[in-house]
Design a protein around this ligand. Structure first.
Ligand code: GUN
Ligand code: FE
Length: 418
């Protein structure tokens, strides 16, 4: 069946190129993108059109780093640095997800709220609990969210009530992967929490498992100076943090590394060489006093950076706000030395929030033809109508001023979910 949605369509076609289609039709055949047209071609004249007037039609968001079980306490403990905050807030909360009934209720809310915020693709950490992780995957898939979810591995440097034994971690990871076989849209990603929380034996196991089953990997890298010092102490044979993951075969073109705030030229060169994907988490970097990431430099170097909300180190699920936070953080970094080259543009922020993630999932940029539609409608028509504003200006303003209340439609996998 032919359908179309009509509005001001904006696509992130490259890091610096916004595809702008004013008052155009995004035509779908059975939910798959058939093309974008200013006027409907004759052959498509019978398409059922949903007209969103002067609203913006954007690619939906890919949140490439967040922690499912942490959502419930978002905004709590934001006056503590990373390692203290993990002990005081993250670990006790995650422990509650041993209870499947509790997990189901919380994860259903999270899946609903992600859709409300226009996030239809994710790379997400669960807790270390196998059953809770499978429940999270179920709830995401039911809500229409696609992507990767990982059962967290942590067999050291965590409190007794949450830490797994090495053997348990291995056994449960295999049981979790068995349980993942029923899913079609939400896939498993290996998730060593971060180097300090995994023993050499566990990392060896995960590296082998990755190679055997060709699995992607997600973790944290060089987020915080205290963490980096801890890694140096725990892995004295590794010259730099990234070398820990690399040593165990967990650092390649299917690896997402969250934060990379303190990655120096050498670490960044290693990421480029190996094709590792840094995930920029501006809100969390600020909240946990981790630092300000050199995003503009990393973009200039050609790093494949995506954006992550990092809920709940980050304080918002909204990827609109996450784009605005990224732009603000880049300016903060530049402001310290009057270095305007540290700023990033809305084109870059929108690209990192959408197309960059799509690429990680093996999709083309923008609204790829033949793919099921993932899109949001963002209604900024309540804001002042300044005649000089271009659609680009409106996108930038929307990042700063709009939130889930202004998202009037969300499409995922070709189906309207909101
Ligand atoms: N490093 C290890 N675990 C975490 C976590 O839960 N949040 C953040 N921001 N960093 C981490
Ligand atoms: Fe994180």
């Amino acid at each position: 069946m032919l359908t179309a949605i009509k509005g001001n369509i904006l696509e992130a076609l490259s890091l610096d190129t916004l595809g702008v289609h004013p008052h155009s039709y995004l035509v779908l055949e059975d939910g798959r993108v058939a093309g974008i047209y200013l006027t409907l071609p004759e052959t498509m004249a019978e398409a059922q059109v949903t007209d969103f007037g002067d609203a913006l039609i954007l690619q939906s968001f890919s949140d490439m780093h967040l922690h499912g079980p942490q959502y419930e306490y978002m905004g709590t403990g934001m006056d503590r640095p990373l390692l203290e905050w993990l002990e005081a807030y993250a670990f006790p909360t995650e422990a509650r997800y041993a209870d499947p009934v509790y997990a189901r209720e919380k994860y259903r809310t999270l899946a609903h709220d992600l859709i409300q915020n226009g996030t239809t693709r994710v790379c997400m950490f669960s807790s270390r609990h196998t059953d809770g992780t499978l429940i999270l995957m179920e709830e995401l898939e039911k809500a229409g969210i696609t992507g990767y979810v990982g059962k967290v591995n942590m067999d050291r440097d965590a409190p007794d009530y949450l830490r797994e034994t090495t053997e348990e971690s291995q056994k449960e990871t295999l049981r979790w992967l068995e349980g993942c076989k029923g899913f079609t849209k939400v896939k498993p990603i290996l998730t060593p929490r971060f180097a300090p929380s995994c023993s050499d034996e566990l990392l060896t196991f995960l590296g082998k498992l990755k190679a055997e089953r060709d699995l992607p990997v997600q973790s944290h890298l060089s987020e915080n100076l205290g963490e980096i010092a801890l890694v140096a102490k725990l892995f004295p044979d590794c010259g730099q943090y990234w070398e820990v993951y690399d040593k165990y075969g967990l650092f390649d073109s299917r690896t997402l590394m969250a934060h990379c705030v303190h990655s120096d030229a050498r670490e960044r060169a290693a990421m480029s060489r190996k094709g590792v994907w840094p995930v920029h988490c501006a809100s969390s970097n600020n909240s946990l006093m981790s630092g300000i990431s050199p995003v503009a430099d990393m973009l200039r170097e050609g790093q494949a950076i995506c954006l992550g909300s990092d809920v709940s180190g980050g304080t918002t699920l909204s990827m609109l706000r996450t784009m605005a936070n990224s732009i603000s953080a880049a300016k903060d970094r530049g402001s310290m030395t009057w270095d305007y080259d540290q700023a990033i543009s809305i084109e870059q922020a929108y690209y990192m929030a959408t197309s960059a993630g799509q690429t990680f999932f093996g999709l083309k940029l923008g609204f790829p033809e033949g793919e099921l539609l993932h899109a949001i409608v963002l209604d900024d028509t309540g804001l002042p109508k300044l005649p000089s504003l271009t659609l680009r200006d409106r996108l930038l303003r929307a990042a700063y001023r709009l939130d889930d209340r202004h998202i009037t439609a969300v499409y995922s996998e070709g189906i309207r979910r909101r």
